[in-house]
Ligand binder design. Sequence first.
Ligand code: T46
Length: 137
Amino acid sequence: MFNVGSLKFKRMSDGRGELTPIESEVDVPFNIRRVYYLTAIDSDVVRGRHAHRALHQVMICLNGSIEVTLDNTLERQTVVLDDPTVGLYVGPYVWREMHNFSADSTLLVLASDHYDESDYIRGYDVFQSEARRIFGA
Ligand code: T46
């Protein structure tokens, strides 16, 4: 699916536990300008339900498991995140819905820019028409 990818981070394990380093523009394909995380999400809650016009993000499930459904108007797929050494890259014009949060889940998100509400497309119809205009989909 365009503007979606899986990243594998290295895990350093030396008998004292595990450490996973993530460097901006090295382990993720953009400069990290913001970090946020989601915790204490009930399993029946669906978050997201929007796309971004310019933002690049990587989602990492640090604990537990989370499902992410991705839609670029041509394809729709659901990815399970349950490994803290795996990052889900989601670029511009991909509709995302996060659901099935396990009770112990923590979703860390690395973002390429500061928070900007004008970058969000929160209506599916608007998303479809903008994506089709841009990608000719
Ligand atoms: C995304 C998915 C994966 C801020 O003030 N600063 C921030 O950096 C963020 C991310 C949110 N907010 C405020 C905006 C809303 O008043 O926090 C509130 C909840 O945000 P939202 O409803 O957009 O949260 P999610 O979980 O639906 O979506 C978030 C990100 O907003 C979004 O970019 O891709 O996580």
